[in-house]
Design a protein around this ligand. Structure first.
Ligand code: MUC
Ligand code: MG
Length: 390
């Protein structure tokens, strides 16, 4: 990994701090086991797969970024294998020699080299922000408008499918003052079984915790019309992506029905055009912001700006990133004027081993923005070697 990057020649290294050109880019796939099985409507995982990208600048500084996936190309179309292949063959060659601090130009070069591939582009752009921030001695947030907060409320996701286990897991999180909002993954079970499961969770936790639900596109409009009011009755505060991503009209019709709880758009919003369509249709109350969907930190800000203009609230989404990807998200989340629904970057805690030397701080139901330049984290080379796919 960083060691596999070509070394900057002594002549080039003399210009440390000055030469911001992109000198080399490397990528590696890692598979990190999770502490328990994580079950979504379309897949279940016992290990999280990431592509870790390192970018070395002409001044010798290295930046790191991460592309997360969830169970192969099932949550979205990108798999780690495809991400790595497209970085190595198309995106990296398009960037070599360009200035790392010209983020928008780098984005345009990547868009010209490859359509979509937003997770791959997001990992590279994260590494550029890390490298440039480290060069200048400022956090990435300072390059994005500046941080407005140093911590964000963070939820935990319950996704074993076994309500007794889930209640016990939530109790432990509450007791440790780590999380008091819980997102429950539904859609792997039949709707009536999920409703019974949600009833048990609401009865056990409802007066001490906020519950939200993510169906990951599992339901159709009819099932949603039946389940959403039941969830509202149980006190569920927000329901994420109940119907397929393409069915924005159904989201709008469901949202207009009395008894529907607030709706969160996830898979239906990748870029700012999607966000405009969702806002114009009145299809969501909030949008889940993710680097893997929006192609980077700048993309997060663009989608957030359209959401704000359309009166759609912001939620800090994740794809179970390690502290590398979570830090990149925090850097940009910290710059948003209002992050009404907090964030869900519990990823570092569901991994058996994190990929950084000093994991992000979780305390008092919040996740803290790391101090330090760039993304504010240091890659753990030993962990990377241990989990690297050979
Ligand atoms: C998603 O769809 O929101 C985020 C948390 C989790 O458990 O799954 C992810 C993806
Ligand atoms: Mg989701």
């Amino acid at each position: 990994m960083p060691d596999s990057l070509p070394q900057v020649s002594p002549d080039v290294a003399k210009g440390i701090g000055r030469d911001l050109s992109i000198y080399a880019i490397a990528s590696v796939i890692v598979d990190v086991p999770t502490v328990r099985k994580h079950k979504l409507s379309q897949t279940s995982v016992t290990a999280q797969s990431y592509v870790i990208v390192t970018v070395r600048l002409g001044n010798g500084v290295t930046g790191v970024g991460e592309a997360a996936t969830l169970g192969g190309p099932r949550w979205s179309e990108e798999s780690v294998e495809a991400i790595k292949a497209n970085i190595d063959a198309y995106l990296a060659p398009a960037l070599l020699g360009l200035r790392a601090d010209r983020f928008e130009a780098a984005g345009m070069a990547m868009d010209a080299a490859a359509k979509r591939n937003t997770a791959a582009k997001g990992a590279i752009e994260s590494a550029l922000f890390d490298a440039v921030g480290k060069t200048l001695g400022v956090p990435a947030s300072a390059l994005l408008g500046g941080a407005l907060r140093d911590s964000v409320p963070v939820l935990w996701t319950l996704a074993s499918g076994d309500p007794a286990q889930e209640i016990e897991e939530a109790e432990r999180k509450l007791e440790a003052r780590l999380h008091r909002t819980f997102k429950v993954k539904v859609g792997a079970l039949a709707p009536k079984d999920d409703m019974a499961r949600m009833g048990r969770l609401a009865a056990a936790l409802g007066d001490r915790a906020t519950l939200i639900v993510d169906a990951n596109q599992a339901w159709d409009e009819t099932v949603s019309a039946r389940c959403l009011p039941q969830l509202a009755e149980m006190g569920v505060a927000l329901v994420e992506q109940p119907v397929p991503a393409w069915n924005i009209p159904a989201m709008a019709r469901l949202r207009a029905r009395p008894g529907t709880p607030p709706l969160l758009a996830d898979e239906c919003v990748f870029d700012s055009h999607d966000m405009l369509a969702v806002a114009a249709a009145g299809a969501a109350d909030a949008v889940s912001l993710k680097i893997v969907k929006h192609g980077g930190l700048l993309g997060v800000r663009k989608v957030a700006a359209v959401a704000e203009a359309g009166g759609v609230a912001l939620y800090g989404g994740c794809l179970l990133e390690s502290s590398v990807g979570a830090a990149a998200h925090l850097q940009v989340f910290a710059t948003l004027r209002e992050l009404a629904w907090g964030c869900e970057h519990f990823g570092p805690q569901i991994l058996t081993t994190d990929l950084v030397t000093e994991p992000l701080r979780f305390a008092d139901f919040h996740l803290y923005l790391p101090a330090g330049a760039g993304l504010g984290i240091t890659l753990d080379e030993a962990a990377l070697r241990r989990f690297a796919r050979t």
